[in-house]
Design a protein around this ligand. Structure first.
Ligand code: ADP
Length: 454
């Protein structure tokens, strides 16, 4: 960066199995859309190639049209074009019905279905698109085979790890073949550097922190909130959102801080710490709201039990909402005072950044991207100023209850006893920039670097 020589614009094709808002399971879907948009805004040509799932809400795809079809592995595959959030998107639809199964992941033939998609995507890019892109950017195990497939010509692969926990063998092969590899935060990059899939490739491995889409996550324009607000009137805006949230959840309107969790309920997210913190929150006179669901029925059963026990012990102060509900997530980010993210590991994490955008103070475990985005108001002054950041939340180390108690107790005590300090912190965290502008420039620089690699 910083060079005054203008480089030629790039053609970039993302090959992904998730894309927000139409096909999203976790943060990866958000990243693909927001990164594509931010790079496009810098003057490059960007396209996303996605399976044509039956579960997509096609109202959110503009100008969808059938363009052509081709045969790959003896399967007729239709090529559809449209636009998602302003990003040109190509949908591949094998007529075998591999993506007409009512879900993105979770079947025992996921690897075969996505393997087919990767082969078809390569075939499409090489033979059936107008021009082969300069960069093919692929994401996680599901599209790793594109990175180690035969791209042909001068095209280079860039591969991003959103979560090393799934499909490490495929990830290792993609790491070897790609011209450049990234993961989604500097701390996670350092944490995984010893992994056998990563260690041999450290010379071309970079940690670039994710951003959030600040147009989607914006309390000034958010249509899911009872009233809009900015850092200047955060108190009024957050109070209105809190009142609405409480009434929807059947919680009392007493003067109390509200602690929230918005997450997939998986081991990664620190399940035992979430449960512990829920009880600690209630013991301290605060309210607790959880939005999430567990793909594993045993974990879901544990949380059903927890919800029942909390409702009996504290009838009007705790509520668990077991669904995937985007509008409700907006209301929670705005109406909560504290967002808890006690992940055991967290490649980047988006919820802590979204929360801060809405003036909700994060309490996080010091790991991965949580470490790169949350700086403890009591402990991280020096680290924050070194990195040009502000202190903006609370964090803890370790995986035992004492750690999370340490951070959560300090946050709650501050809310109860130093309301002016708390209010100033809320206004300050809302002013931070979590947009994709900076990270997108890092990716663009990396794309040019990848093109130069032989
Ligand atoms: P991960 O990708 O591991 O799930 P991230 O923090 O990177 O975690 O991204 C999670 C994204 O999914 C955020 O945009 C968050 O708001 C959203 N999310 C998670 N659970 C739910 C839910 N139950 N309802 C609505 N949105 C959710």
């Amino acid at each position: 960066r910083g060079s005054t020589v203008r480089q030629p614009p790039l053609r970039i094709a993302h090959v992904s199995v998730e894309m927000a808002p139409i096909a999203k399971v976790g943060g990866m879907g958000d990243v693909v859309t927001a990164l594509a948009r931010a790079v496009q805004e810098e003057g490059h040509e960007v396209e996303v190639v996605l399976p044509k799932y039956d579960i997509i809400n096609y109202d959110e795809v503009r100008g969808l049209r059938l363009v052509k079809d081709f045969f790959y592995a003896n399967v007729q595959t239709k090529v559809w074009a449209g636009e998602v959030e302003g990003v040109p998107t190509t949908f591949l639809e094998p007529t075998s019905g591999a993506f007409w199964v009512g879900c993105i992941y979770g079947r025992n033939d996921d690897a075969a279905r996505f393997g087919f998609f990767c082969g078809a995507a390569l075939e499409y890019l090489k033979l059936h698109s107008d021009i082969m892109p300069d960069i093919v950017h692929t994401h996680d195990w599901a599209t790793a085979p594109v990175a180690f497939g035969d791209l042909g010509g001068a095209t280079k692969a860039v591969f991003t790890i959103h979560n090393l926990n799934y499909g490490a063998d495929l990830i290792g092969r993609a790491m070897g073949a790609a011209a450049a590899c990234t993961t989604v935060s500097p701390t996670y990059a350092a944490e995984v550097s010893g992994h056998p899939a990563i260690a041999p490739h450290m010379d071309k491995f970079y940690g670039i922190r994710n951003g959030i889409d600040q147009d989607i996550w914006d309390p000034i324009t958010d249509r899911f909130l009872p009233r809009s607000y900015s850092s200047a009137d955060a108190d009024a805006g957050k109070s209105a959102a809190k009142a609405e949230l409480r009434s929807r959840m059947g919680l009392s309107g007493a003067e109390a801080p509200l602690v929230a969790v918005v997450t997939r309920l998986t081991h990664q997210k620190g399940i035992h710490l979430i449960k512990h913190a829920a009880w600690r929150t209630l013991e301290r006179g605060a309210q607790f709201v959880l939005l999430g669901s567990a793909p594993d029925p045993r974990v879901q059963a544990e949380f059903n039990a927890l919800a029942g026990e909390m409702a009996r012990a504290y009838p009007d102060r705790a509520r668990c909402w077991f669904s995937y509900d985007e509008p409700l997530s907006h209301l929670i980010y705005a109406g909560a005072d504290i967002l808890l993210v006690p992940s055991i590991f967290e490649p980047c994490g988006l919820t802590q950044m979204i929360a801060m955008r809405y003036g909700t103070i994060p309490v996080v475990r010091k790991t991965g991207g949580l470490n790169d985005t949350v700086f403890d108001v009591d402990d991280d002054m020096a680290r924050a100023s070194q990195q040009g950041m502000v202190c903006n939340g609370y964090n803890f180390e370790g995986t035992d209850p004492a750690g999370i108690d340490y951070a959560l107790n300090r946050a709650l005590t501050s809310w109860f006893s130093e309301r002016e300090v708390w209010g100033a912190l809320v206004a300050q965290v809302m002013e931070q920039d979590w947009s994709w502008s900076e990270p997108a420039l890092d990716y663009i620089e990396l794309y040019y670097k990848a093109l130069k690699r032989t």
